[in-house]
Design a protein around this ligand. Structure first.
Ligand code: OFO
Length: 173
């Protein structure tokens, strides 16, 4: 039977992943209506990936004898100043998720739950990849500045990135 402290921390992470999924859905919708179809494609893919992360936690906790319950969520932000403002917020959110995964890992070690520690390794590695991808996108956006042509190309690249990740069966970020 999983320890209560670990169960509580996983339930909190289920909430974080569900929030990630809703946040990227809201962002994808903004990109779609603002004329960034590639960024929208990228983020629509990401919303599915975050739901998959949530389900991984749900199944894991239930399989270990706990109970995955869903907590109340805040509404995601619906408006962004620009495409780069939106991706700055993706970066901040991914950094937050990394710190939350690290906290959960600490709880598992404190409770001597090494099975959960091992389960979390996948998420720890995933966060490294996600942060690296978003850093790369932001670097390109900084170079493009407010140049419409530059942003057009970045949007095309995001579409290609989403398609490549879909073909490889991996996360968009
Ligand atoms: Fe972005 O990895 Fe889950 O939240």
């Amino acid at each position: 039977m999983i320890r209560k402290a670990v169960e509580k921390a996983i339930v909190n992470q289920i909430k974080n992943e569900e929030h990630s999924s809703r946040l990227y859905l809201a962002m994808a919708s903004w990109c779609q209506v603002k004329g960034y179809p590639g960024a929208a494609e990228f983020l629509y893919r990401q919303t599915d990936e975050e739901r998959m992360h949530m389900l991984k936690f749900v199944h894991y906790l239930n399989d270990r004898g706990g109970h995955s319950i869903l907590l109340e969520l805040d509404n995601p932000t619906a408006d962004y100043k620009s495409l780069s403002d939106l991706f700055e917020k993706v970066m901040k959110h991914e950094e937050f998720i990394t710190s939350e995964i690290n906290k959960l890992y600490e709880v598992s070690l404190k409770e001597k739950d090494y099975t959960t520690g091992s389960f979390l390794q996948w998420f720890i590695n995933e966060q490294i990849e996600e942060e690296t991808t978003v850093h790369g996108i932001l670097d390109k956006m900084k170079l493009a500045g407010n140049d419409a042509g530059g942003l057009f190309h970045i949007d095309k690249e995001l579409s290609a990135l989403a398609a490549a990740k879909a073909a490889a069966g991996t996360a968009a970020v």
